[in-house]
Write a protein that binds this ligand. Structure first.
Ligand SMILES: Cc1ncc(COP(=O)(O)O)c(C=O)c1O
Length: 394
């Protein structure tokens, strides 16, 4: 399968991870559920019944062809990657990657626009284990060098940032990190390796909440960490020690979702851009935080580094307060109100970056996940929502 890198991405995504020894000849890798693996005799157990496994059945916690197939597919879609480990959620993936890298006494540089549970992990368990965290401005770029101290060990990026969508200069930060011997991690859930090949851009660990675009149907929790060259062993060791395993049924659904991810992402992109541009022209809207629009902080870096955009962005209302924002969201018919994103259906939530975040969006924020519905229907729905906002804000 190594020659697949020469194919276009749509071809690669159809073929990735489907080794014949794992599929047995059927198209989709089947679900192998296991705890116990049976050995032929005691000699076989002595020979193969030890934990030093690689794509060899040993014990259910070390995976079966169902998990190996999805992990292998994600590795092959990330140029420069050595291997991928799967987790029962995106947050579990973030936690395992950070625990693989950090030790007591270390300092972590964490982007200020990181997903809230990533900050909670840094301020909670990592702090308890003697690891300090320093937040940095998402637009810092190569200026991150000023923040590096003797204890700094790793830089955790998320680009674009959660809720406020600032795009980071990942290559500049990666270059500084390499020069200073630091490890870099990126929450790459928004773009995936298809729109932002993180390891090729200088990242050591590329993290996905597969719950979003890989699964694509809002019905499975799943996470992954893809490691750059010579970075996989510490990740695998930490994940084994933590007892992490993603369920085979969930990985099977992840593999199934992955096959259509490139097609879905293009549709998410097209519709989200149509909605974002329409919102940008509305007097009720103060600003649109979509990385592909010049109004988004870091837009020039987005244009330089990304192969496209996905379906999640925010917009800030021109005032109105909490009740008017709620009136807008409650008036929407086609947008569900709920957390997560990356599924086929549209969602809207009030977004509150929270105290402590340096970013000020300039008005109450609404975050939209644009699904696979007709963009014209979504725009008409938002038009109704903005009318409700006007009535409530008056
Ligand atoms: C940017 C980002 N990273 C990570 C996660 C966590 O993923 P999960 O919900 O699978 O734990 C989320 C979930 O919303 C997210 O938005």
């Amino acid at each position: 399968m190594s020659d697949d890198a020469a194919y276009g991405i749509d071809t690669q995504i159809v073929r990735a991870g489907r080794r014949r020894e794992w599929t047995g000849g059927v198209v989709n890798p089947p679900v192998w559920r296991a705890s116990t693996i049976l050995y032929d005799d005691v000699a076989d157990l002595r020979r193969n019944g030890h934990g030093d496994t690689h794509h060899r059945l040993y014990y259910g916690r070390r995976g079966t062809p169902t998990q190996w197939s999805l992990a292998d597919a994600l590795t092959s879609l990330e140029p420069g990657a050595e291997g991928t480990f799967l987790y029962p959620s995106g947050v579990a993936a973030i936690a395992a990657a950070l625990l693989a890298v950090l030790s007591p006494g270390d300092e972590l540089l964490l982007v200020d626009s990181a997903y809230e549970p990533t900050r909670a992990l840094a301020n909670g368990m990592l702090k308890r284990f003697g690891i300090t965290t320093r937040l940095y401005d998402p637009l810092v770029g190569a200026g991150i060098v000023e923040l590096i101290g003797p204890a700094t060990r790793a830089i955790f990026m998320e680009s674009p940032g959660s809720l406020t969508f600032e795009v980071q200069d990942v290559p500049a930060i990666g270059a500084v990190a390499m020069e200073r011997g630091l490890v870099t991690l990126l929450d790459n859930t928004w773009a995936t390796s298809l729109l932002f090949p993180a390891i090729a851009r200088g990242v050591d660990y590329s993290i996905l909440a597969c719950t979003k675009y890989v699964v694509g149907h809002s019905d499975v929790m799943l996470g992954s960490v893809t490691a750059g060259w010579k970075r996989f062993a510490p990740l695998r060791d930490a994940s084994f020690q933590l007892g992490q395993v993603a369920a085979p049924d969930d990985c099977w659904l992840g593999s199934r979702g992955l096959r259509t991810m490139a097609v879905r992402l293009r549709r998410h992109e097209e519709s989200a851009l149509a909605v974002a541009r329409w919102l940008a022209d509305r007097p009720e809207v103060a600003t649109v935080l979509h990385p592909a629009l010049p109004s988004c902080p870091g837009h020039d870096i987005f244009s330089r580094d990304f192969a496209g955009s996905s379906g999640l962005f925010s917009f800030a209302l021109a005032g109105g307060g909490e009740a008017a924002r709620a009136a807008l969201i409650d008036a929407l018919d086609l947008f569900g109100i709920g957390f997560s994103w990356g599924g086929y259906e549209s969602l809207a939530i009030p977004a509150d970056p929270g105290r402590g975040r340096a970013v000020d969006a300039g008005g109450p924020l609404v975050r939209l996940q644009i699904g696979l519905e007709d963009a014209a229907d979504l725009i008409a729905d938002l038009d109704r929502g903005l009318a409700a906002w006007r009535a409530a804000a008056a």
